[in-house]
Design a protein around this ligand. Sequence first.
Ligand code: GRF
Length: 200
Amino acid sequence: MPRLKLGVMGSGTGSNYRAIQDAITEGRLNAEVRLVLSDNSGAGILALAKARGVPTLHIPPGRFKTKLEPEIEAAYARALLDAGAEWVVLAGYMRVVKAPLLEAFPGRILNIHPSLLPLFPGLAAWSQALAAGVPETGCTVHLVDAGVDTGPILAQRKVPVLAGDSPETLHARIQTAEHDLFWRVLADLATGGDGRVPQA
Ligand code: GRF
């Protein structure tokens, strides 16, 4: 099978990107990251990619907070296509994806979300889980559609909510699960699977 050609988009720290890149380097994932693209010039994800010699690009997001202007989103899509990306991985990308990207990569955009969707879509899902008092939460990798955290679910990992958890401790536990899940979904796709990885 040819290597999976990935474009990664992120706005923040980039720990999920790092886990994916490590899986590639260590031979667990037959893929290559063709471009890391960010709306945030100071994002850790850009620094991580640069340190690994992976091409990076920052395209300023324009005037909206929660989405890109359509012409700017078209430039994102062009940059990813020009780089040879066949799949787009949202690794902490904090804006809603609209038509220009969805149409450029139909059914080929993946997102990781820090809850067991359909529970707790949107921001700070770990805080939502704490506030709801659920005994467990987790993370979800799903295909991206035009909604917010609504696309078809590919894989999930559960984590317990423990007595005394703060938003930070719960988020950290979820992130550990994220780092073990995203590359497995990609590795399944890379070997011709549909990305549906069973619960561990
Ligand atoms: C993750 O918790 C992910 O679920 C959410 O954004 C966060 C990104 O973290 N979509 P990082 O930048 O990968 O460290």
